[in-house]
Design a protein around this ligand. Sequence first.
Ligand SMILES: [Zn+2]
Ligand SMILES: [Zn+2]
Length: 268
Amino acid sequence: MFTFLVKPSELKQRLIKVIRFYPVIALVVLGLAYLLGAFTKQAHPIISQDAVITMLYIFIAIGPLFVIVGFILIGLASDRERNRASLATGRLAYEDPFSLPSEQMGGYKVVSITGAKPTLTGLTGDIYKADDTARCTNNPDHVPPVAECECECGFYAFKNIKDAKFELSITPGVFLIEVDLFGVGFEYGEGYRAEAQVVRKLITPSRCMRCKTLPVKNFVKRYHLGYFDETWWQWQIRCALCSSTFKDQDRLTVSEMSRELHILIKGR
Ligand SMILES: [Zn+2]
Ligand SMILES: [Zn+2]
């Protein structure tokens, strides 16, 4: 079997970054072809039209194929990594439950703020308070985190802010938070999975979530349309201009939001 020198999650992040540049690369290739005379009717262009067409085929078919194969390989590798990790935690939990690592757990993750009254909502849809204990939706007898639980109960956080920032960059409308984890917990994937969580602070982006240009000023709530036509309230942070059309009851200052959520809110 193949093995990667870099961690699968790291590779996946790199691959996604490359895909973002794909349109740019395509434009550069077309531009070069144009400059080299591939689109002109002259008798002996530096690069022939056939060569350009072949290059385009490579771009349309072979490039994406490599990307798909890349994702499949990375998926397989990260499955194996997860299996190894869960085997390790299984041993930890059952053979010697008293020798759990006592290192301090904490890290970073992303969260959305939803609801008419601002509520922290994880990417999987579960809501939590600034200081909360995990509940298992699968089995009422579970005290999360249960290593082999199907619903993967417990609070998660990345150890490294880099991983959380990457998730932030690919998920629109979410915020970066810094958390401390408590109770029973173990290393999981790129971070920890634990019983209880306290949100230390929410880090706002420096630019407006709408125009992406002006500095942020207010939180505003608006209806978000989801799949299957259901809607929910979602909070964004916007500049003074992009939040000016909102009614007072749909708008909160940073300190008002901080009081609502019981979390320290800071700029980046
Ligand atoms: Zn569970
Ligand atoms: Zn704006």
